[in-house]
Design a protein around this ligand. Structure first.
Ligand SMILES: [Zn+2]
Ligand SMILES: [Zn+2]
Length: 249
């Protein structure tokens, strides 16, 4: 998952890429804009009572300190870019329904899902694992000013993996590891396989980072699994997905 930058707006619109939108952050930015540019609009209908600006700034400062891992994220599809003078506005719409990524059983299904998020294609397609938004419904559009996709504004994210979707849009619910983030391999996995995930031999009796919800490559050997480098990569993957690292068990 990568932050969408201004220079990528054209690309995501051309592909109609599915992205993750931090709704909490977007709301904070919206209020901030109102407070800074038209504070007169935030007043009571009767008596035109207003909060002092200092108080608004304090409230916003608190809101901005909230942990992004606890924000609300939505899957949205990038639809169009509108030019308004020097400003461009990205129109997105929520993905109304999708097959949970946390239920995927094979590596192939994960790869297909990821490819489809990047390039969903147009029209009806029974193989697409999610429903495209109804673009005729103007009310469902979410408009984002391009200035909000600047370097430090972590609002919109592209290049999604199924792990990103599980973490941000599905509350971390993963069937493969029962949301533990580690999978203990059964004794007979070398013969019977482990769902549709290709695993190296010789890891019996150990746990590996969940191949579905943790974005770290599957270790090639017991030696790699036990290496310092692999632990570092696993910690990094937990961190990026917003999970607190813990050892198996
Ligand atoms: Zn945020
Ligand atoms: Zn998992």
């Amino acid at each position: 998952m990568k932050q969408v930058t201004i220079s990528q707006l054209d690309t995501i619109v051309k592909r109609n890429e599915v992205c993750l939108l931090d709704m909490t952050h977007l709301t904070i930015q919206f209020v901030k804009r109102l407070v800074n540019h038209s504070p007169g609009n935030i007043a009571t209908k009767q008596g035109n009572k207003r909060l002092p600006l200092e108080m608004w700034w304090e409230i916003l400062a608190w809101a901005e300190m909230t942990d992004p891992n606890h924000h609300t994220y939505r899957l949205v599809q990038a639809l169009s870019l509108e030019e308004h003078g020097t400003q461009r506005i990205l129109a997105c719409a929520k993905i109304p329904k999708w097959n949970p990524c946390g239920l995927l059983e094979t590596e192939e299904a994960c790869n297909k899902y990821r490819a489809c998020l990047k390039r969903p294609g147009k029209g009806q397609n029974p193989n697409r694992p999610f429903v495209l938004p109804d673009t005729n419904n103007q009310d469902s559009l979410i408009k984002i000013k391009d200035s909000l996709t600047g370097r430090d504004s972590k609002i919109l994210f592209r290049a999604l993996s199924v792990s990103d979707v599980i973490s941000r849009a599905e509350k971390g619910e993963c069937f493969l590891c029962a949301s533990d983030r580690w999978c203990f391999l059964p004794r007979d996995y070398e013969d019977d396989g482990f769902f549709g995930f290709a695993l190296p031999r010789g890891i019996t009796g150990s746990a590996i980072p969940c191949p579905l919800c943790i974005d770290v490559h599957i270790p090639e050997s017991m030696d790699e699994l036990e290496s310092v480098e692999y632990e570092q990569a696993t910690r990094q993957a937990f961190y990026k997905l917003g999970y607190t690292f813990h050892y198996p068990g």
